[in-house]
Write a protein of this length. Sequence first.
Lengths: 111, 118
Amino acid sequence: QKEVEQNSGPLSVPEGAIASLNCTYSDRGSQSFFWYRQYSGKSPELIMSIYSNGDKEDGRFTAQLNKASQYVSLLIRDSQPSDSATYLCAVFSGSARQLTFGSGTQLTVLP
Amino acid sequence: GAVVSQHPSWVICKSGTSVKIECRSLDFQATTMFWYRQFPKQSLMLMATSNEGSKATYEQGVEKDKFLINHASLTLSTLTVTSAHPEDSSFYICSARGLGTSTYNEQFFGPGTRLTVL
């Protein structure tokens, strides 16, 4: 079983819709959770961090964390074509002292 | 957010030559730096982790004598691909974590270096 799992997609949503990206992780001791956006041919860019159960909002982005279910999600409201990218879920494990990345979900926002 | 730079952004070299890639943290001290490799349409693959002043820890399957990593200061790490071959062609990305960024173990990525070995 992979440590961090994401649906690979591709996920397509129309412009203006809500895009929902999901991630599950296996290490119950995980402490910090991150979402990175990676455009084709570019390096990952950190867009959201979340550490406590519940929701965290930043502009059009909302990260949701449920440690009991070992689940973290990212919602993108009012999706724009410029949001089209691969979104990587990353989980920090205190025991490993490093981030473990999911394989990423490719999102396409259709104009 | 914290800024990480990489140089060069792209390099083309002949088979058998060595290539050095620099990774710098510009506005924070990077106590730990990570080197990743990414092939087209594949996910990030961690190659090694380096702490300032210590030897790098390599992931299983990564040849430490081929991929030399030096983390001599809190703002600079280098990756040298020795005797590069076409199969080493890839996108190499560094990331850094350290003092003054956050207490929550965020990692910030450099822009990457695209290596093509002819």
